[in-house]
Design a binder for this molecule. Structure first.
Ligand code: GCW
Length: 842
């Protein structure tokens, strides 16, 4: 009997609970539950045959995907045929379907735009030999692939496919990702491991991950990708390298994804054997022409080039006295005969600006650089503009340049990789942020709404093309981003690029169901974490338009409120004893607000009409300035940081309630990530709040800042071997100090003086990435916990980024007990300690 029960129990264990790596992301095709699978009976609703018209690679991929998806979700094997005989799923371009079955889709039954698709069911009838016909028609071969993924998504979401008549065309034609990957396999601002494209200066031997990635991209309708860093290695243009590009292009071609190259503007001189890179020099013109011809001979469907010029040390036309238009057009003309596009990045600025000049403002740079050139660019040039005027900060206004350019093509650049957003260690769902920018009305044409999405798609001023580019930077990790939850950003980017009118809620809901299944509790929890996560991150980092407050001259990850100040990088917030914020009005500031069209400029010009969320981006105000809510700026800074940190604690608890509802592996990986984030959010909360407390001298009305019940600083413990040291910047450690150990082993001893009982003991220590120190915690002589600090956060110093915590639950403590922490350094890790906290156990 017992064995029988076990057997039945085993059979009932849902496939869901098996460990999942995240590799298939939202394309898992997990078996549908019986009730849901019953919506697709064969052959009446879901035919058992797939008729593939057309031999183009993307159409072949579509067929394979369909077979794979139906096998996974419905456990059925589709029969594949290549000519139309009767009922079945028919996949092909509209033209191919018309030719094969002229009476099914007579001419005049409507067209489908490029990359678009039409899903249409025909009821059983003579044409289908009494069986239904389900067509997946594409405007082109890519459209067939996109339609197939749309059909599979419907089934994965349990939606009806019985009366389909759904036509979709993408909102814009350019839906690309960029990769900042170096040829040695490292990735600039990548958090999911090494490059899927490159290793040791060549394309990887095994490009299967590139093909997996192409599949993910195609499922979203993404049709192009650049494959090397915009801080470009000139070697990509060398003849020897060409075969490497060919290989990557081959891996992506079946998925309808074109490749593009980031180029170095200095190439004519650095690798082309010329003495100059002046774009008007005849030799340089010929260089670019010959180069384009040569590359297109090897990769005829290359998407084009991307260029970062005159920015962060990259050479550009300014070095030879030419304009961005001169530079862009010469390269664009070389690409033009091949149908190639040239993406000229709008991220042009001076990183050596004098911070003492109150008129200087990095935010002005893009508009200052490109405004006078509007109309001077060829029609295959696109100015690629970051969403905000600075650099992917936690909140920025939309770049004014979107509203300025009328006679020039543009695309928006969004950052999927979370450079300033917790780098895959914090869950931050960026779709709500992107939507805020995409929906922002730039008031660029009288009498019209002109949201950024319409401007960048070229709709507002009738440009021929436009769209969205996302900096993706996935890596070899099975989760692609180093965090399962971060996959939602790539998904969301792709869905928005296809249709920016989708809501954040709709996007995340699809993603969650596809990624984690349709258990309502899972769906609700994951959706709510994702949808609130950007605000949460903003709350515990830099709210009110302060920007992220991270270490902008270092890892862009840890907390360093003043890293932005008194240097040339121009991300200043000018916090001083009296107030904070950068004055960017026309009347008394840098004039940045005046770069917007009049109605928007007027809104940002005054404190009264600037939205609270951007107040400190546009204005320098006293800490006592009242916000629209009636709260003062300083109190808002305090409150938001506590709210943010509390929210992450709630994420952890909410996630824990999903145990057994999500497969074990992803359950524990996401839990570890959220617990880490909760710990870091406290570091941020305390660091930022204390910084502003110290600066303003204004106490927290709720008495929390500087007052931490149950916290005992390591520097106040009885130390053996450990030495007290200042931490830089000071807000990186509680009490601005830490202890570290220069010998083989050190101890910090705390004497417990509270009441007897079980307590949770939190040890806040430092885990740098160049060593693996050990820690041992003893209470009254008994070992209660030991661990090794092996995390790999991006820092080698004792600072906020290396701040880590260990929570030891339910430790029995009696008055007089000694709590002893022993640190054993290893490598360059000095077993640093910040504090312990003793809290009642739940
Ligand atoms: O924000 C900066 C990043 C750089 C990046 C640059 C850019 C590729 O920190 O790593 O360089 O933006 O967008 O060009």
């Amino acid at each position: 009997m017992f064995r029988k029960v076990c057997l039945v129990a085993l059979l009932l264990v849902p496939a869901l609970l098996h460990a999942e790596s995240g590799l298939d992301a939202w394309l898992r095709y997990a078996p549908l539950k019986q009730g849901v699978a019953g919506r697709y009976p064969s052959p009446n609703v879901m035919p058992g045959i797939v008729v593939t018209l057309g031999t183009e690679a993307p159409i072949q991929s579509a067929r394979e995907e369909l077979v794979r998806g139906i096998r996974g979700m419905l456990n059925r094997e589709l029969r594949t045929v290549s000519s139309f005989e009767g009922g079945g799923i028919v996949i092909g371009t509209l033209a191919q379907i018309r030719a094969a079955a002229p009476d099914l889709l007579p001419a005049g039954t409507g067209n489908i735009g490029a990359d678009g698709f039409w899903l249409k069911t025909f009821k059983p009838g003579p044409r289908g030999n009494g069986l239904p016909i389900l067509i997946v028609a594409g405007g082109n071969d890519r459209g067939v692939l996109y339609g197939t993924f749309a059909l599979l998504r419907k089934i994965a979401l349990g939606e009806s496919i019985t009366d389909l008549d759904q036509k979709e065309t993408p909102y814009s034609s350019i839906r690309w990702v960029n990769h900042w990957e170096n040829l040695d396999g490292s990735i600039e601002r990548g958090y999911g491991g090494r490059s899927i494209f490159w290793e040791n200066g060549k394309a990887r031997e095994d490009l299967s991950r590139v093909s997996d990635y192409g599949r993910l991209l195609a499922s979203l309708g993404i049709n192009g990708t650049s494959i090397n860093n915009v801080n470009a290695d000139a070697r990509v243009l060398s003849p020897e390298f060409l075969p490497q590009i060919v290989r990557v292009a081959e891996a992506l071609r079946p998925w309808g994804v074109k490749v593009a190259l980031s180029v170095d503007f200095g190439s004519p001189r650095s690798v082309g054997g010329l003495t100059t890179f002046d774009p008007l020099d005849p030799g340089v013109i010929t260089y670019w022409k010959n180069k384009a011809d040569e590359i297109y001979r090897a990769v005829p469907d290359l998407g084009g080039f991307v260029l970062k010029a005159d920015s962060e040390g990259r050479v550009g036309p300014s070095a030879v006295g030419r304009t961005h238009a001169d530079a862009a057009n010469v390269v664009a003309r070389a690409l033009k005969p091949h149908g190639g596009f040239f993406f000229y990045r709008g991220f042009v600025y001076d990183n050596r600006m004098d911070w003492r000049n109150p008129k200087n403002d990095r935010a002005r740079a893009a508009d200052d650089n490109f405004r006078s050139l509007d109309g001077k660019f060829d029609d295959n040039v696109f100015i690629q503009i970051k969403n905000g005027p600075i650099d992917f900060q936690v909140r920025e206004p939309a770049s004014p340049l979107f509203g300025t350019l009328e006679k020039t093509n543009q695309v928006i650049e969004l950052q999927i990789t979370q450079e300033y957003m917790g780098q895959g260690r914090h869950t931050v769902f960026l779709v709500p942020m992107w939507k805020e920018v995409l929906d922002f009305d730039m008031r660029a044409r009288p009498g019209m709404t002109t949201p950024v999405k319409a401007l960048v798609a070229g709709k507002t001023f009738g440009r021929t093309a436009g769209g969205m580019i996302g900096v993706s930077n996935v890596g070899l990790d099975e989760s692609w981003f180093g965090n399962h939850m971060s996959q939602a950003n790539l998904y969301g980017f792709g869905r928005l690029a296809w249709n920016p009118n989708l809501s954040s809620k709709q996007i995340v809901d699809e993603w969650t169901r596809l990624t984690f299944g349709d258990d309502p509790k899972v769906v609700e929890t994951v959706n709510s974490i994702q949808l609130s996560s950007w605000r949460t991150y903003e709350n515990y980092t830099g709210p009110l338009g302060l920007q992220t407050l991270t270490d902008i001259v270092g890892n862009h990850y840890g907390l360093a409120v003043e890293a932005s100040e008194r240097n040339g990088w121009g991300q200043w917030h000018f916090a001083d004893a009296k107030g904070v914020g950068m004055e960017r009005s026309v009347a008394t500031g840098t004039g940045f607000a005046g770069q917007y069209r009049p109605e928007v400029a007027k809104m940002y010009e005054s404190v009264a009409s600037t939205p609270d969320d951007l107040l400190l981006f546009f204005h320098h105000v006293p800490y006592t300035q009242k916000l629209k809510s009636g709260k003062t700026v300083i109190q808002f800074i305090y409150d938001s940081h506590y709210e943010g940190a509390d929210a992450v604690v709630k994420y952890v608890n909410d996630w824990k309630a999903l145990k057994g509802r999500v497969d074990d592996r992803r359950y524990s990986e996401v839990l570890a990530q959220l617990e880490y984030q909760a710990g870091q959010s406290i570091v941020w909360r305390d660091g930022v709040a204390n910084y502003f407390f110290k600066m303003s001298g204004i106490a927290d009305a709720k008495g929390r800042v500087g007052n931490y019940p149950g916290r005992f600083e390591a520097e106040s413990a009885t130390l053996t071997g450990y030495a007290v040291r200042d931490v830089a910047p000071p807000e990186g450690a509680s009490g601005e100090k830490a202890v570290d150990c220069a010998s083989a082993s050190c101890t910090a001893m705390f004497k417990y003086s509270g009441e007897s009982g079980r307590r949770n003991l939190t040890v806040r220590y430092f885990d740098v990435n160049n060593g693996a120190a050990k820690f041992r915690v003893k209470v009254a002589g008994q070992l209660v916990e030991e661990w090794t600090a092996t995390d790999r956060v991006p820092t080698r110093r004792i600072d906020s980024a290396s701040s880590a915590r260990r929570i030891i639950e339910g430790v029995m403590l009696r008055p007089g007990d000694e709590i002893q922490i022993e640190g054993i350094p290893e490598g360059s890790e000095t077993a640093g300690l910040d504090y312990i906290e003793i809290q009642p156990a739940n």
